[in-house]
Design a protein. Structure first.
Ligand SMILES: *[C@@H]1O[C@H](CO)[C@@H](O)[C@H](O)[C@H]1NC(C)=O
Length: 430
């Protein structure tokens, strides 16, 4: 599928030009004309200089007026404005650069002065809160009032498209459509079939054990992300991405680390990497705010990554659509039980883009949440060995050392549920 050719930066500048320069230029020209009528001579150079000069002035005026109206509104509501961080550079540009640089190595949202802060990068409010009551209001009690909004949709569009992750609850029709499309697939019966997960889990554990025998540490988050990617892809579209087939990274301080670079042409490694990089680009865009396209003048920063994702995904989706249209002719399709999420989806629509967006969204939802929660759980268990041994006791007594757990087992294992609940309370994935 072709993606738009114009880079986000060029599109943004064009829009900006139309909405800022034109009105400014026309007013400057009108003033110039009037001056001419009065007998003054005005050179075109002066007019151009005035136009260019008027743009930042106009923006400053806009920021100023907006500021006053916010203060008025706050006073009227008896509210207090969220405290702003004070950077050294105009528009808090120094803070913005800092946030982007530390994004990869630190947690976002650990304000160092108070639970709620306005980063206000490039004169655009960017409010971060860790106050539980606020989070509850946003995610639960007043959810419909906190839409993702046009800004997030624009930043994520090149990856999530029109899928369920990128739609707002208050766009009711769209949201219901997503739910009615995706939900019926996730029946009790289907989610209680653990075979796929068990098989990939065993494989992941075997890889970890290999390394432990060599007395080497593993990157658990990397390992478990591959487990969730492989099991989610097999569960959703019947084709496993097989990222567990790529050699695990070695710790930096070992001999092996120097010669364990991923081999070129390795599809699984390429897909995994591209998918993560594309997601990373979305967070970077959201953090920069409305002006993010200015950092992507030459090209869409997600384009090369999405090309890799497309190369893997498109043939699978096309095959599913083809299978469905052949089966539909023989009438066998309607009654057959859907094997995968994809089989289910192609019965509802033959629109390639919808199928693709929906699949990518669910893949993202199923993968990162699980990987993140399991990583946090292992981290916490490593810090609390007494909890780990109690958990192990429950598992050994209910399931034993080798058997695959059943849905019934899981329902009865209250301790593992409590451990996961507590993990999700401390490190919520969504
Ligand atoms: C874990 O959380 C779920 C959902 O809130 C709840 O239904 C369940 O009872 C909790 N389990 C335990 C053992 O706390």
């Amino acid at each position: 599928m072709s993606r738009s050719r114009v880079s986000p930066g060029v599109a943004y500048l064009t829009r900006g030009l139309l909405s800022v320069i034109f009105p400014t230029a026309s007013s400057v020209i009108i003033v110039g004309r009037l001056a001419c009528l009065q007998g003054f001579s005005v050179s075109p150079w002066l007019l151009s200089a005035m136009t260019l000069g008027a743009v930042p002035l106009g923006f400053a005026a806009y920021v100023f007026v907006d500021e006053i109206s916010q203060r008025r509104k706050a006073t009227r509501l008896g509210a207090r404005l969220v405290p702003r961080i004070q950077g050294k550079w105009p528009g808090n540009l120094d803070k913005l650069v800092n946030v982007i640089l530390t994004l990869e190595v630190e947690y976002l949202g650990q304000p160092n002065s108070g639970p709620t802060l306005n980063y206000r990068c490039l004169w655009e409010d960017y409010i971060v809160t860790t106050e539980p009551q606020h989070v509850k209001t946003i995610l639960v009690t007043d959810f419909h009032n906190y839409v993702k909004g046009a800004k997030f949709r624009e930043a994520a569009d090149s990856i999530l498209g029109t899928g369920v992750f990128n739609s707002d609850g208050n766009l009711r029709r769209a949201f219901r459509l997503h739910r009615t499309m995706t939900r019926p697939f996730f029946t009790h019966d289907r989610i209680s079939h653990f075979e796929i997960f068990d098989r990939h889990a065993n494989r992941a554990i075997a890889l970890a054990k290999d390394r432990f025998r060599m007395d080497l540490a593993i990157d658990f988050q990397d390992l478990i992300s591959r487990f969730t990617l492989d099991s989610a892809s097999e569960f959703l579209f019947g084709d496993c991405i097989d990222s567990l087939s790529v050699e695990l990274p070695f710790p930096d301080n070992t001999l092996q680390s120097t010669n364990s670079k991923p081999r070129p042409g390795d599809n699984a490694a390429a897909f995994t990497n591209a998918f993560s990089q594309a997601q990373h680009a979305i967070s970077r865009r959201v953090i920069i705010g409305a002006a993010w396209p200015m950092t992507e003048i030459l090209a869409d920063s997600t384009a090369q990554h999405m090309k890799v994702v497309d190369k893997f995904l498109d043939p699978i989706l096309e095959a599913a659509l083809r299978r469905h249209s052949t089966a539909a002719k023989s009438d066998a399709d309607e009654t057959a039980e859907d094997q995968t999420f994809l089989d289910h989806l192609v019965k509802l629509t033959s629109d390639f883009k919808i199928v693709k967006d929906e699949t990518l969204n669910i893949l993202l939802a199923g993968r990162d949440t699980t990987a993140s929660t399991l990583t946090s759980a292992i981290y916490l268990l490593a810090m609390h060995p007494e909890i780990l041994s109690r958990l192990r006791e429950e598992i050994i007594s209910k399931v034993g050392p080798t058997r695959m757990p059943t849905y019934g087992d899981i329902k009865e294992m209250k301790y593992i549920q409590a451990v996961l609940n507590e993990t999700m309370r401390l490190f919520p994935a969504v």
